[in-house]
Design a protein around this ligand. Structure first.
Ligand code: ADP
Length: 869
């Protein structure tokens, strides 16, 4: 240590306090990183890695960025999941060394700076705690002040909590880390983790006592009753941990957290991550882009707040009938009134991000232009209110609650109007932010500065006249301030009151006491002006910050308005209809379309009818590959989902009873990274559905048992349908697409199973897809036709046809020249169970008899092939 330079020692001391952050150490005009930090920074930001001497002959790696370019670099590091501690120079040098202190730690979840935020998505910091009693989850957004907490207990806790965490998709999630205890949330290891950065945080920061105190101190309350947290200890602990964390990383973000909402997920549909992904709600599965997602089709929002809200509506559909109807009413009001829709939409375009703006004002980061934007926004509200008021029609009533939430806070608007100039500069430092007439004192200093400046400006002319020196000039430089310059040639004419200051080659520079007086006056006046402006601006920010709760309310209403107008616009543009919510246990869609695929096919999309009800709860959909099965399945699920976010739906008519969950098992995606094979994933997703589905759920299964051999796969698929059909409680509505056309036999003995197929026509030996759903099962799978379409070589197709014919006749595929390799039985052909099934007349059986018959068949099965041991 002794050999190190003082500055190196200072650096190491700071670094010791922030071991898991990259330390940006302010050195003059640069932020420098050293050692491993320097290597990371150089790599991540494509910077030069240099080095710096740190004492006797030693050098360490160093990489730096200019101080004024900090934000964009910071954004890239935080994006990459790094935490960055920023050490600034504070105060004056002590023994030649600048004192330095870490003033903020920027982490992915605590960003406030606009450059670090994506305006279309929220930037949440979450905290997760799991104990034997259940799970607590809290989240906040440092840029807008949203702060909420919830908890779950019981057997479903884990699933529901995971689903909620993934819905929130926070940038960063804290979890308690006790020494030697693996307490990371289960998702931390999963491929489902999205872009969440999991940050371990000391377990004692999550303790009940410590968190309660932190929250009480933060909100200055004696009890947390008002926040609904007294009987929700896990929610409380998660919320308290967030306060602890912010105190340590971004204390300036705390002031914006003015309230805490205790919520439950009960009023919402549960969507597991697989379903959200399968239905491509927010992102399409091909690449993680918005394009091709439901959100992209519906997103006609004009404001970032509206965009964020629509996104959350889509990932959290409603269950509550009244809530759905209310939103549908609002959408309908705008569908019916295109003029109001267009006028309000126009005013929303360019509406500033009030939520984040109020946040910035409160945490002292707002710029003069931010406040001007706020002023403009407040000024627009009365017009929007009026337009809403004027709307007529039966549904306009549903918009009333929004009108009240759009009250423009006249006192604040008045302040901003009087205080702020029309078109303020980008930064306070540029000056000229406060409007003349607002502060007498400021005006006085301004006048004084102006007069002094005018005096200086006229000085040259006056002195030329007084001295008769025509080459006399008044100049200014940083070292001497104002001076009078006279050429050497005229030196004799210099009046006696001039004081010589500097001699140049051809000229001499002078000052006069009067000149210095005015100069001081100008400089003083300017400094005072800047100080006063800063003070007045801070006061304005304080007022804006104080109004943050109202501004947040207002932002919420604007976002909501933007969201329902967007849905109305989609409805009109794409000819959607209002879904009818019914009590009857049915789902009926006439002329339904897939909202995303129909956009891509521009007019060539074939609409279809689907009905699921008490008599037909399970629909088995067969048809060749590429016939449109998956599209139909997803389209039904999407129509239900859209209805439950309060949107109109792509159909001629839709009647449905709201569902509690939508489950999907679609396609095969690899989770090999997580060490699970595709088939394993498929089966665990299926298991999940069989354990969770209720009579109110909707289940979409696209091919089950594909990842294994035909017999295995068919057997599993068969058993799954039977289970969903016969279970007393888990009897959801099911859409099941399969290429195993053998499964159509299920309908012969399971009364609530219906068959349907996607029609194809055969034209000159080739197949043409009609994309129409028809009753009854497909008679064959047309696999070879599809293979032919795909361009398999002719000889392969010919040989495949020949083999198929043989197999269909029950002949072995290979001529028995040599003893055949244990030839596979043609499917279910000779098996005694099949035999019994053939002679069974399901129509004549009561459900109970059918169940008995089932046991009988199962007994037969066990006899015929006793479990191997
Ligand atoms: P499957 O699941 O039966 O293999 P898909 O649902 O994947 O078939 O559909 C294959 C393609 O057929 C889709 O990419 C789409 O282009 C087209 N398609 C599907 N449904 C329709 C429809 N209703 N109208 C027009 N084209 C459709």
């Amino acid at each position: 240590m002794e050999d190190l330079t003082p500055i190196r020692r200072q650096y190491l001391e700071l670094k010791r306090q922030y071991p898991d952050a990259i330390l940006f150490f302010r050195l003059g005009d640069f932020y420098e990183a050293f050692d491993e930090d320097a290597e990371i920074v150089a790599r991540e930001l494509d910077l030069m890695l240099t080095s710096r001497p740190v004492g006797k002959g030693q050098r360490v790696p160093m990489a730096g960025i200019p101080y004024h370019a900090l934000e964009p670099y910071l954004a890239r590091l935080v994006e990459g999941g790094y935490r960055v501690a920023i050490a600034e120079q504070v105060g004056d040098p002590v023994n030649g060394l600048m004192p330095r202190r870490v003033v903020r730690v920027v982490t992915p979840g605590t960003a406030l700076e606009p450059a670090l935020l994506d305006e279309r998505r929220p930037n949440y910091l979450a905290a997760w705690i799991e104990t034997e009693e259940g799970i607590g989850l809290a989240y906040c957004e440092a840029s807008t002040g949203r702060f909420a907490a919830t908890q779950w207990s019981g057997p479903e806790a884990r699933r529901e909590a995971e689903a909620e965490l993934l819905r929130l998709d926070p940038r960063e999630c804290l979890y308690p880390a006790a020494p030697g205890e693996p307490a990371a949330p289960p998702l931390a290891q999963s491929a489902d983790r999205l872009s969440i950065h999991f940050t371990p945080f000391p377990a004692y920061r999550f303790e009940l006592g410590a968190t309660r105190t932190a929250l009480q101190e933060h909100f200055q309350v004696a009890s947390l009753h008002a926040f609904g947290l007294e009987d929700r200890p896990l929610a409380l602990r998660a919320a308290g941990a967030i306060i602890h964390y912010l105190r340590e990383t971004r204390p300036e973000a705390l002031s914006i957290l003015t309230s805490l909402e205790s919520y439950t997920t009960a009023g919402y549909m549960i969507l597991d991550p697989a379903t959200r992904r399968n239905l491509e709600l927010i992102e399409s599965t091909t690449g993680d882009s918005r394009k091709g997602s439901l959100l992209a089709v519906l997103d006609f929002t004009r404001t970032p707040m509206g965009g964020r809200l629509l996104r959350s509506w889509i990932s959290q559909p409603l269950r509550d009938r009244a809530a759905i109807e209310a939103r549908l009413d609002q959408v309908e009001a705008f569908v019916e009134d295109p003029v109001a829709r267009e006028r309000i939409a126009e005013r929303l375009r360019g509406f500033p991000d009030l939520e984040r703006l109020a946040g910035r004002a409160r945490s002292g980061l707002a710029s003069p232009r931010d406040l001007a934007a706020l002023r403009r926004a407040l000024g627009m509200l009365p017009e929007i209110q009026m337009l809403l008021h004027r709307m007529e029609g039966p549904r306009a009533e549903a918009l009333r609650p929004l009108i009240a939430r759009l009250d423009p806070i006249p006192e604040l608007l008045d302040w901003l109007t009087r205080a702020l100039v029309e078109d303020p500069p980008a930064t306070l430092q540029e000056g000229g932010v406060i409007r003349p007439g607002f502060s007498e004192e400021l005006d006085r200093w301004r006048t004084m500065a102006k007069e002094a400046q005018a005096w200086l400006a006229d000085l040259e002319q006056r002195e030329r006249e007084r001295t008769g020196i025509r080459t006399l000039k008044v100049g200014y430089n940083k070292v001497f301030g104002y001076y009078i310059e006279i050429s050497k040639a005229a030196a004799r004419q210099v009046p006696p009151d001039y004081i010589r200051k500097q001699t140049l080659v051809n000229a001499e520079r002078f000052i006069t006491p009067e000149l210095k007086e005015y100069e001081t006056l100008v400089l003083n006046a300017e400094a005072r002006q800047a100080e006063l402006e800063a003070e007045l601006f801070r006061e304005l920010c304080r007022r804006v910050g104080e109004a943050a709760p109202q501004l947040r309310e207002m932002a919420g209403a604007i976002a909501h308005l933007d969201g329902v107008i967007a849905l109305a616009e989609a409805a009109v543009r794409y000819r959607y209809v209002r879904p009818e919510l019914v009590e009857e246990d049915c789902l009926e869609i006439q002329g339904g379309r897939h909202p995303v695929v129909e956009r891509a096919l521009a007019g060539r999309f074939v609409a279809n009818d689907v009905r699921l009800d008490e008599e037909g709860r399970i629909l088995i959909l067969t048809g060749p590959n590429m016939a449109g099965k998956s599209t139909l399945l997803r389209q039904v699920a999407l129509i239900v989902l859209m209805a439950q976010i309060g949107s109109f739906v792509p159909a001629d008519r839709a009647r449905l009873r709201p569902v509690d969950r939508i489950f999907t098992r679609i396609g095969a995606h690899d989770e090999l990274a997580a060490g699970r094979s595709t088939f394993m994933v498929e089966m665990s997703e299926t298991a999940y559905i069989l354990h969770q589905a209720t009579a109110e759920s909707m289940v979409v299964l696209d091919e089950i048992g594909r990842g294994t051999s035909t017999y295995d796969g068919l057997a599993i698929a068969w058993a799954v349908v039977e289970y969903l059909h016969n279970h007393p409680k888990r009897r959801p509505k099911v859409l099941f697409a399969t290429h195993y056309h053998e499964l159509t036999a299920l309908a012969t003995y399971l009364p609530r199973v219906r068959n349907a197929h996607m029609a194809v026509a055969e034209v000159e030996g080739r197949i043409v897809f009609l994309y129409q759903i028809r009753p009854g099962g497909a008679d064959r799978s047309y696999g070879i036709h599809v293979a032919e379409l795909a361009g398999l070589p002719r000889p392969v197709i010919r040989r495949a046809r020949e083999l198929l014919r043989r197999l269909e006749r029950g002949e072995p595929a290979v001529r028995p020249q040599a003893p055949p390799p244990a030839a596979p039985l043609p499917l279910f052909a000779e098996h005694p169970v099949i035999h019994a099934l053939r002679h069974l007349d399901p129509e004549s059986l009561s459900p109970l008899e059918a169940l008995h018959k089932l046991y009988e068949l199962k007994g037969l099965l066990d006899q015929a092939s006793p479990p191997s041991g």
